[in-house]
Design a protein around this ligand. Sequence first.
Ligand code: IMP
Ligand code: MG
Length: 181
Amino acid sequence: MLKVKELLPVFPEETIQKRISELGEQIARDYQGEEVICVCVLKGAVFFFTDIVRAIGRHLDGITIDFLRASSYGSGTSSSCVVNISKDVDTDIKGKNVLFIEDVIDSGLTMSKVMGMFKERGAKSVKLCACVDKKERREVDIHIDYSAFTVDKGFIVGYGLDLAEKYRELPGIYEAVVEEV
Ligand code: IMP
Ligand code: MG
């Protein structure tokens, strides 16, 4: 069985909050004069979502929010990966600007499929904002419009990110060091 041996601090709470206020300002600048639907990809993005949406909203009017839950399964390659949307947005997104807020982009499979679906539904624009861009295991060429942080590798937890549903509530981001017991 795998057990968490140690949690190594990667991004402390203060670093996250400082970066989010910068990024929120940048996003607001890019959408100036436009309306945008911010879509939280549940569950992992939930804390990042509430912080980044408020940071954007300090500099931009016309934000609405919605929620989506998606999971991918299959062999883990882009051709055979299936994405299941177990909770869809309530908003009719035709002709609207959609900004997805996601926790981590790892292989990139989940969000590349979801974003493709929303483009087919006729959104005016579909952009992606990720808390962490994790580069090592990328399998598809996905464009991340905004990322708060980048890591090369490792399994990270906290600030919404889980390991078997645990550690989501931690205010900072940690690398989980696991051992076989
Ligand atoms: P994808 O591989 O880019 O499709 O990522 C799918 C999902 O895997 C992410 O949205 C996360 O929920 C989860 N995930 C990937 N890497 C990590 C990690 O390091 N910690 C916690 N969750 C992760
Ligand atoms: Mg996720």
